[in-house]
Design a protein around this ligand. Structure first.
Ligand code: ATP
Ligand code: MG
Length: 421
């Protein structure tokens, strides 16, 4: 038998049994964003390919191999967004959001990268991210980091650690680059093909390689921390000071460079050892040159992006019992006239603010009670022809083991409201 048409490789359906956890996480995220005064932005999923080439950088994994790109019928070269910082900047420039004002914004939605699908790595995945535009001080770097920490707390996640680094100033990176090129050239024999090429175009990208055969060589590479100038060091110290003020621990990872070219100064990653090979849950940093490089006036920026699938896997591990919202009431109806009456009762209860599932299709009492149990509702409301004739209705608690009770129909709403309190 044919299995029918399947979804595209690496692109998953979110089934109803899982949507409850997603909604819990999304709601918590929205509340956290509000707690810090961030406002939502939504941008189109396709953008001009040029935006990501210029924004993310030509010598990155994303731009070199991972973008879903096509030429549209009108001849435009378009790409499904692989990340959203570039889109936020594009929208900000287009709508004048950076003119004499600061912005705290957040986004959530699907991103697309043509990677090898595996646990925690998909071709359509979802990110939540925040971006703060217009501030140069380390307090905003700290805010972006603390935001993450508050979110983990709200979601009940504990197995997550902060790795921090700084890429310093342009001058720092130029000096570091020379020393790194010398080191990598000495170790040319260990470099894979990508890294050989990147050594010439963008040597810092080599540090971001995931090739296990290169990890030892990467560990031995020179550390950028030794090249920091006074300003970069004082920015880093100020950030560390803010984090200490609110008790956020971190480890300095001198070879953390992140996979996108736009970062300057602070970079960080929240990682976990609970997700197998995919350890990065959230990454971000400062990107003071990005707005200008995409055609806007020079505007500093700082933000992070987190992978929703990885985050939700962590949430499920620490809250295995988390389920979606369940209805208050399941309305059972036995017989044709009871069905019409029960349909009316259901609507009445919804009008009073309850969430009510109606046993459409009727059926025997046993099968309807089974459906009622499966729905997770707190109460079954039962109407048969006898109840209709007497103007009564039965209420059966489904989760407490209490006795069923019969009440006059006009008292049903109040009786349920009392019990649901
Ligand atoms: P990784 O090192 O795992 O490839 P990355 O550095 O490419 O991650 P970013 O571009 O910084 O990731 O995106 C931020 C977050 O988005 C990551 O920390 C991760 O949680 C998530 N993410 C990135 N790529 C994928 C993917 N293909 N599938 C699922 N989640 C992803
Ligand atoms: Mg990646």
């Amino acid at each position: 038998m044919s299995k029918g048409i399947q979804s595209v490789k690496g692109m998953n359906d979110l089934l109803p049994e899982d949507s409850g956890v997603w909604q819990f996480v999304e709601t918590t995220i929205r509340a956290t964003a509000a707690a810090y005064g961030y406002r939502e932005i939504r941008t189109p999923i396709p953008e001009r390919t040029e935006l990501f080439k210029r924004g993310i950088g030509e010598a990155t994994d994303i731009v070199e191999k991972e973008m879903f790109t096509w030429e549209d019928r009108g001849g435009d070269n378009l790409t499904l967004r692989p990340e959203m910082t570039a889109s936020c900047v594009r929208a900000g420039i287009q709508h004048g959001l950076f003119h004499n004002q600061t912005q705290r914004i957040w986004y959530m939605g699907p991103m697309f990268r043509r990677e090898r699908p595996q646990r925690g790595r998909y071709r359509q995945f979802h990110q939540f991210g925040i971006e703060a535009f217009g501030w140069t001080g380390a307090e905003i770097d700290a805010e972006v980091i603390v935001f993450g920490s508050r979110l983990w707390k709200a979601l009940g996640i504990t197995d997550i650690a902060l790795e921090l680094n700084t890429l310093g100033s342009d001058d720092t990176r130029a000096k570091y680059r020379d020393s790194l090129v010398a080191y990598l050239t000495e170790h040319q024999d260990v470099l894979d093909e990508d890294s050989q090429r990147r050594l010439k175009i963008n040597p810092m990208r080599v540090l971001d390689s995931k090739n296990p055969a290169m990890q030892e060589m990467i560990e031995g590479a020179p550390s950028i921390i030794e090249f920091l100038d006074v300003d970069a060091r004082s920015h880093f110290d100020a950030l560390a000071n803010y984090l200490a003020k609110v008790d956020i621990a971190f480890k300095v990872s001198p070879r953390l460079v992140r996979g996108l070219d736009y970062y300057t100064s602070t970079v960080f990653e929240w990682t976990t050892d609970k997700l197998g090979a995919q350890s990065a849950v959230c990454g971000g940093g400062r990107y003071d040159g990005l707005v200008e490089s995409l055609g806007g006036r020079s505007t500093p920026g700082c933000g992070f992006a987190l992978g929703m699938e990885r985050l939700i896997e962590l949430v499920k591990q620490s809250n295995p019992d988390l389920t979606g919202a369940t209805p208050d009431v399941f309305v059972v109806n036995i017989g044709d006239s009871a069905r019409t009456a029960a349909f009316g009762v259901s609507e009445q209860l919804r009008e009073a603010g309850m969430s009510v599932v109606f046993a459409a299709g009727g059926g025997g009492i046993k099968s309807q009670m089974k459906q009622a149990d499966r729905s997770g509702a707190a109460f079954a409301v039962i109407l048969g022809d006898e109840e209709v004739a007497n103007g009564t209705v039965a209420i059966k608690p489904l989760t407490t083991g209490e006795e069923q009770q019969t009440v006059p129909q006009e008292e049903l709403q109040l009786a349920l409201q009392k019990r649901l309190q």
